[in-house]
Ligand binder design. Structure first.
Ligand code: MEZ
Length: 593
């Protein structure tokens, strides 16, 4: 039996519960018990074995859900304005939100604030399984010895992690990817913008003159010249190849835009202006599945284990169901992302940002930094945290830099421009924080909505104010000087010279109603600092020596972006250094065997 959509599942649930009239508990498991036995959801076996048979990825249970209810496409409900089965998270495990024995939890609400009815919402809340790291259990797992051996363990299932895993496998290594969340993607999944690259066919087709040197100069300038030039050189030189590689896997990157701090259009994005992150992650996940790379969810690494000679021996992983176990590995790749959602770390490293909202995924808790520090890794620029200037005010939703890149202007509460919209993020954020109320508005017209799918997404989320004339929009938002600002901007646009703030790229004239505005404020977006690495993605210790068998890539590392990351350089970083880390980790592990 396939139940076609969520509404009919809920209706069926209510009817069955009413007729059953005597359910033991009001949870999903008790409901299913009315139709069958525990094996409806769990693997065959004696009752006492059922708990043991649940894997950390909850693969069997989820396959059973789909067996009866179909996939997300079957469950999609076109009538819903916001459909949880059609989100940017893709086809994640059903158990990410629904729970057999406990209250369901809408994962979307980690960032959003959707009021959605969930079946069995009055069931008992579940205990958190991945709270404090239990040192005693870690020690016992090490004492018991490894339960499993692989060549390379990759910690973290974002862009860097998947690229590392795919590259390590190409080298012939046996790879295991561990992800603490019930779904993969991390911050990469939320990346709205795109990947910066120079010398691509896309740039050529648009006649854009660019060079690796310009890429390097822009990145160094954006980073206040505090970046490690050797890492930036690799970023520039390998950027076109990174785009080619993603395309070879099936990602579309046909659209080009200009991000803040870049002198030309070099941010490559999916055709039609959809967000880049979900497309890239869906593709990497699919390819990893096709290539048989095990991706284990609900598996939090809580210790990197070293041999007596300080080389890497493996990790201790805390599985949601399997508990604490050691996995032996010749190499470990840290691809755990940054610490933008770890309030304690933010308060410690960047106290002035401690109360700031964050655009980050809840997974960005700095685990890799803590793991590496504990075994003596060196940190680079650890206290440099980037505020993205345009996070939706009062929400955690990023309004992509692309919106400014393709033409939006930014104004204060009176409707006056106050900064070159395409300046670097730190400068734009500082400028907003000096305005009344410490927030700003992005203003644009119908042209952008037509051009960019992601903007239609903001509209669906109810974030946009609208007016059929500029005056109407000004009235709705209280921006008294907006009409004059727009008239002046249109004159600068026509003249090709921004006399007020020197903005170089002014792609649209504001003349196509309706007009839109979205309220924005700076929010924590990227933690530039982290584990110190060399050009082979080896993690360095306090003496700047390689730590034998430990590699790292992506936001967990420091050095690539200096004090400030440019938009579009994160995906480039995660792909390029993820691949380098995976390749070198595999070579190292295979040589050691
Ligand atoms: O790289 C980024 O962080 C980026 C381009 C974000 C965005 O504004 O879309």
């Amino acid at each position: 039996m396939k139940v076609k959509n969520l509404a009919s599942v809920m209706a069926a649930a209510v009817m069955m519960l009413a007729s059953a009239n005597a359910v033991a508990k009001n949870d999903l498991a008790s409901f299913h018990l009315k139709m069958g036995d525990c094996q409806t959801c769990h693997a065959d076996g004696k009752m006492k074995d059922i708990k043991k048979s649940i894997t950390d990825s909850e693969t069997h249970i989820n396959a059973q859900c789909k067996e009866c209810h179909g996939g997300f496409a079957d469950l999609a409900d076109k009538k819903l304005k916001l459909d949880p089965h059609g989100s940017h998270l893709g086809e994640i495990n059903c158990t990410t939100c629904h729970s057999g024995h406990a209250k369901p939890k809408l994962t979307c609400n980690n960032c959003h604030n959707f009021k959605m009815e969930m079946p069995f919402a009055d069931a008992k809340a579940k205990k958190k399984w991945d709270g404090d790291w239990d040192q005693d259990k870690i020690k016992k797992a090490i004492a018991r010895g490894p339960v499993e051996t692989v060549d390379v363990v990759v910690v973290g299932g974002g862009n860097a992690g998947f690229n590392a895993a795919l590259s390590a496998q190409v080298e012939g290594a046996k790879v295991l990817l561990l992800e603490k969340a019930p779904y993969v993607g991390g911050n990469s999944m939320l990346a709205a913008g795109g990947i910066n690259a120079v010398g691509t066919p896309q740039q050529k087709a648009k006649g854009i003159k660019d060079s690796v040197n310009w890429f390097i100069e822009d990145t160094m300038k954006g980073g206040r010249y505090k970046n490690d030039p050797k890492l930036v050189k690799i970023l520039g030189e390998q950027s076109a190849d990174a785009v080619k590689w993603l395309e070879s896997l099936g990602v579309n990157l046909d659209d080009l835009t200009r991000s803040g701090g870049a002198r030309v259009q070099r941010t490559h994005r999916p055709h039609g202006g959809a967000s880049a992150g979900p497309q890239i992650m869906a593709t990497l996940n699919k390819v990893a599945k096709e290539r048989g790379i095990p991706v284990r969810l609900n598996s939090r690494v809580e210790k990197i284990v070293l041999n007596d000679d300080k080389s890497v021996a493996g990790v201790v992983v805390h599985g949601r169901h399997s508990g604490y176990n050691m996995i032996a590995a010749g190499s470990v790749v840290l691809a755990t992302g940054g610490y933008g959602m770890n309030k304690q770390m933010i308060a410690y490293y960047r106290p002035t940002f401690k109360d700031m909202t964050s655009s980050n995924n809840v997974t960005a808790t700095g685990d890799g930094i803590l793991l590496a520090k504990e075994i003596g890794a060196s940190m680079t620029d650890i206290d440099w945290v980037q505020a993205h200037p345009t996070v939706g005010k009062d929400s955690r939703i990023l309004i992509s830099e692309t919106v400014r890149g393709v033409g939006a202007i930014m104004v204060n509460t009176d409707g006056q421009r106050f900064v070159n919209e395409l300046t670097t993020r730190d400068r734009a954020s500082d400028a907003i924080l000096k305005q009344k109320g410490k927030y700003a508005w992005l203003v644009f017209d119908k042209q952008l909505v037509e051009k960019k799918k992601m903007i239609r997404g903001y509209d669906r989320l109810g974030m946009l104010s609208k007016g059929s004339t500029i005056e109407e929009l000004a009235k709705a938002t209280g921006m008294k000087d907006l009409a004059k600002t727009v008239a002046d901007y249109n004159k600068y646009q026509a003249a090709g010279k921004d006399a007020a703030f020197g903005r170089e790229d002014m792609p649209i004239k504001f003349n196509q109603p309706p007009f839109y505005a979205v309220k924005v404020a700076p929010g924590i977006h990227h933690t530039m600092g982290g584990v110190a690495i060399d050009t082979d993605a080896n993690v360095l210790n306090l003496q700047s020596w390689k730590m034998d068998g430990l590699f790292a890539a992506g936001e967990v590392t420091g050095g690539v972006h200096g004090f400030n990351r440019l938009g579009g350089n994160a995906i480039a970083d995660t792909v390029i250094f993820g691949r380098i880390a995976g390749k070198n980790a595999a070579k190292h592990a295979l040589k050691k065997k």
